[in-house]
Design a protein around this ligand. Sequence first.
Ligand code: NAD
Ligand code: UGA
Length: 463
Amino acid sequence: MVRNICCIGAGYVGGPSMAVIADKCLDIEVNVVDIDLKRAELWNSEDLANLPVYEPGLDSVIERCRGRNLFFSTNIAKNIEKADIIFISVNTPTKNNGVGAGQASDLKWIEECARQIAKYASGHTIIVEKSTVPVRTAQTIKTILEYHIDDLSENIPKTFSVLSNPEFLAEGSAINDLNFPDRVLIGGDEKESIEVLARIYEKWVDPSKIIRTKIWSSELSKLTANAFLAQRISSINSIAALCEKTEADIVEVVEAIGSDKRIGKNFLLSGPGFGGSCFQKDLLNLIYIAKSYGLTQVADYWQAVLDLNNWQKNRISELIVKNLFGTVSGKKIAIFGFAFKANTNDTRQSPSILICNNLITEGAKLFIYDPKVAELNISNELNSDEQKTINNNGCWIKSNDPLDACLNADAIIFLTPWDEFKSFPFNKIYKLMRKPAWIFDARNCIDIELVREIGFNVWRIGS
Ligand code: NAD
Ligand code: UGA
């Protein structure tokens, strides 16, 4: 019987996914631990607006569970020791240096977790890979643990079982995705451990949605799911570019093709390219794995998905410059949206980063407005002051007031589809701007006919 869960890693996955487990399983104590003291402290903030992760609905789950059966801390050793199940939810970013740099996943945080578990665990412990990992990573974890099987902890020999249980939540809808998952995937070799984990999910997930597979299939399925989703976005973005040349309209094309059940309507929104911490990293990982098995054609196929995405981001900044008489040097431009998608404060790999950096390099003065992204996140992502001077005096300022961002601006660029943008007072905004006043809607997120009537020059993705 599971009484105690420990999750290593209190990030975008560890925090929300454990909060939902605690919410659904009142009989289980859930401890989420992190090496980052600041992060743990933020999870314990009195003011729920200060949680380190912004997700709709997360604050109320935290309010219900924190201090009851959900705890955040940096007490890694103690909580590993107490746990019946340990989820590993640490980061697995692309390697920066050495073998596989720029493609392979850096598994040093996973390895560190395995070593900590080997050292501090007691009795029988089920270890669950929740992080996204290259196929066959469970073998690395098992190998490290094998050296410690039967070590004694308070005279009881240690034993381990390793499962793969990848997370499929999307940011911005994480709580809903966790409450109502399309499926829960559990991969493993030991039936008993698989069932122990399945019973936890069965407290709120229909048993028919719990898929059991071999461990390697589970690991590979996670990379494959992200690759397929990313591929859909590159596919639709490639067609959006063709629409712009041919007077076809991407909205109509999506309606037409999405009605075919085999294609489906979801995940066909054209935009400035996909962002987020995972699609690029997981595609690169898949490409690296394919190459390492000598599957060059497979690697090239997935590389094309990434290449199209990078091309799309550059294409947007180039067309903005072209439309603004070929130069943005010294021009004020309002950037609406910096997060990689709506309803999150996450900026990792956001398409806004490359597009803003390109415009700064061209000398633009960007006023960036985003309802949830902190100034520090923007400054971590954009060109440094040093680059500013060599880059034609381009610069950026975080704006807290959309109207202020538009005062004397030449253009507004919509890069994240926040709902509030739809109801902006465009009449008032038009009057504030320098003419010709441009709107570049890279997310198809505002009423184009309305702003055109007001007098704006408009470019919209895929039209
Ligand atoms: P994150 O960077 O937000 O969080 C990871 C946390 O792990 C950090 O707070 C870090 O300090 C902590 N950590 C690292 N090593 C540690 C250690 N040895 N001990 C204790 N804490 C440690 O990352 P994330 O976005 O939550 O992603 C985690 C994993 O989940 C990745 O593999 C990612 O690919 C996958 N994933 C992410 C999402 C998402 O929406 N972000 C969705 C599905 C899967
Ligand atoms: C994605 C997957 O959707 C999750 O299933 C997965 O668990 C997660 O990655 C992960 O492994 O990290 P996420 O990156 O949070 O989730 O968000 P998505 O909704 O997938 O959006 C990713 C990017 O694609 C965003 O920049 C978004 O704006 C863009 N996108 C999405 C489009 O341009 N068009 C679409 O139709 C959908």
